[in-house]
Every structure is written in C-alpha cells, then in structure tokens.
Design a protein around this ligand. Sequence first.
Ligand code: TYD
Ligand code: MG
Length: 451
Amino acid sequence: MARSKTIFACQNCGAQSPKWLGRCPECSQWNTYVEEVAEIEAKRAPLFEVPISTPKPLAEIAGEEGKHIPTGIAEFDRTLGGGYVPGGVTLLGGDPGIGKSTIIMQALARLSGTSDSILYISGEESAAQIKLRAERMDIGGNKLLVVTENCLERILEHVRKCKPTVLAIDSIQTMYTNDITSAPGTVSQVRESAAKLVTVCKSSAIAAFLIGHVTKDGSIAGPKVLEHMVDTVLYFEGERGHPYRILRTMKNRFGSTNEIGVFEMTGKGLVEVTNPSGLFLAERPHATPGSVVVTTLEGSRPVLLEIQALVAGSGLANPRRTSIGIETQRTSLLVAVLEKVVGVKLYDQDIFVNVAGGMRITEPASDLGVISAIHSSFLNRPVDGKAVLIGEVGLGGEIRAVMGIEARLKEAHKMGFTRAVVPKGNMKSPTPPKMEVVGCSNVEECLKLLS
Ligand code: TYD
Ligand code: MG
C-alpha cells in the first residue's frame, strides 16, 4: 500500500517543509514554496540489484584505466577533461536557445560512428523535429537512436533494451517519475528522476548527459542538489546577438575545472573555435582611447581579450559605474585605486567597462588592463596597440605577480604583440624572443610607461 504525504518544497533550492512558508529559511527567497505530493511506497522495490561490497584497503583497489573516451569534438572534450567517462554523469546547463541540444546531438552523432548504441531521449521535441535539426547539421544519415519520452520508468525500460554506452536526456526538467505525483519540472520530480538515472548509469557504466534549463538568476532550474548528484557540471554561456558560445566547466570529478570550450553558432550547428584569441580580437579598433588587450588564463589555456572603457562627464549625482563581462565590484575597486593612488578625479564621470565579444573575465590578472583602459579613455589617449597588459592590482596600487605568465606571453607573441607590461615579480620567467617585456611594480609606473 502506498501512502501519500503532502510536503512543501522550495522551487529555488529544494528545501522542504511540512507547512507552507513565505520565505525559504535555506536560501532566503520569497514565495518559492509549492505544495507537492510525495507518494511514498511502503517498501520501494530496488531499481536494480547491486551486490553488497566489502571495504578494501586503498592499495588493493584496481584503478580504472583509460578512463576518458573522446567524443571527437576537441573543444567539448576539453571541458569534460578529455572525453566522457563510462558511468559518469554530466549536467549541461544554459539559457534556452543557447545550443545545448545542438552540441549534444553533434557529440552523439560523432560517437554513433564508433558505437552502435548511443541513445538520445528528448522530452521536448518529436523524432521528426529532431531529424529536421539533424539534417540541417548534416548528420541526418546516422545510426544514433532517438526517442521522445517523458516518463522515467519507460526511459529505464528503453535503457534496459538498448543497453546504450552513452545516453542523453534532453531535458531533465521535462521528465517525471510515477513515484511522485508532482508536475514535471518541480524540484521533487527533477531530483527524484535525476537520482534514479544517476544510480542506473553508475551501476551499468553508462555515460549520461543531462540537459538542464537555467533560471533567470543563472542557477540550474530547480534544485542545487542536481549539481551535487552529478560528476561534471558544464554551463553554456554566450550573449544573445553574438555567435560565440562558451562551454565552461563548473565542476569535474574527473578533470580540472575552469576549462573552457569555444564554439561559434553557424547555420550548420556549432563549429569549434581553435583560436579564440583571434576571434575576440578580430574587430578591435586601432588607436582608439580606452581599448587595451589583456591575456586571461582559462584553465590551462591563455586567451587574449580586448577590454574597452568609456569615461564620460556625468550630470548625475551618483555617476554610473557599469561593467559587462567583469564583476562590477572589481571595477569599482580599481576605480578607487585610480583615484587614490594615481590622483585621477573620476567622481563626476560615468564609467563603462566592457569585455568585447561577450566573454566573461573571472581572474584578477586583467586588473592592470581595466585600470589602463579607464585611464586611457579619461585622458582620451590611446594605449600602444601592440602591447598587452598583465597584472593583478592591490589596494595600494601595487602590481602583483600572476600565474602562468609564460603561457600568456607566448599566446600574445603568437598573436603578433611585440610588447608586454607584466608584474615585476614575474620578470624571472623566460620570455618569448623579439618581445619587449617590461616589469612594473605599481600602477603609476605602468601608466607612465604607456603614455
Ligand atoms: P538549441 O540547441 O535548440 O538550444 P537549447 O537546446 O539550448 O535550447 O539551439 C537553438 C538555437 O540555435 C536556435 O535559436 C537556432 C540556433 N541554431 C543555429 O543557428 N544553427 C543550427 O544549425 C542549429 C541546429 C540551431
Ligand atoms: Mg533544447
């Protein structure tokens, strides 16, 4: 006999309560509690039989060799840490229409060339629609198995029959399990369905890709718990209106995080971008005040980016400070350093900072670039177009050493830059030939050098 129980679950973080709450005590969001009926079976039948394992000394446990299996799309493999792992579950998040289904279809189509049982389960599109998309991407004549299904029990039935090596669920929010009567997409449904899929994939060594939608505030819709359940979390980023798409690793139990894959959305699906620096610098204006080039390090990979600043007299009591692609607080901090240490008067100026191409900078090594861009725009004097700026700036205006200076300089040299301003603390590293590398210990020194 199944007994049913009503619970209230926060649709933001997944917290549960026996009664309705206006504000979630876990995540402090208002009006996120929704009534859900959890039907609990008196005794749930096991999903599959797992033999009881005995504890063993670490030294005696056999490691899994040859773990990563490449999909053949190098940029995608990079974010996965080299490829998919049998039994590994990957969550792929991103805004609607960013290209999640596209990248998964492309990866699976590549894989179906090497393996017979690759299964793509869609809860959103009919098989005919999927075929239409595949034809547009020139992967129509393919052995990839496709099925439209929303019910988890039936999906597990398909999995049992097809015995896939790789499985994709598009999307986890459209799936429901019969164990719970809540609507698909609610926290309990998403969590329960994902939990079942994860257990089945782990026990049968199936590599699974779960596609997840992202809410307005940027987290994967529904529960954060989803991120804890899976092995790898990838986020698809990109600005609307830009064709570039960045796949970012947020969590990876089988590889390094902070890796990125860069793609361009074309009429025939996503195309790998092997030289992102070239792409992001392609439309750089020449000898324009406020434009500087920095080298950021994304995982192991250096990428050159253009930072643009616009400083203009403001009529507002509270001048605007807007930054896109860089944390606003970081920009405010750098503006304060510029005012205090260099003595530039910015209190009556609107300041806008933008990273060209829709990229997001997350590391402080671009501080020096931001400061120089703002200074250059304020003075209306362009910065040397053949120079890159590298360095983290402290509150006293000191320039601190950064990681991976050699790789950054090599990339700049490759892209035709002949001059680099770097932290003095990094001057011991070898530098590329025919490149003038200058070490600076504080912001004033650097700005003097550039003007
Ligand atoms: P899709 O992968 O369906 O997005 P998601 O699954 O993340 O919601 O991508 C949809 C967008 O991509 C849509 O706006 C059309 C565009 N697109 C192309 O430009 N070229 C293509 O070849 C494909 C398949 C899609
Ligand atoms: Mg989709």
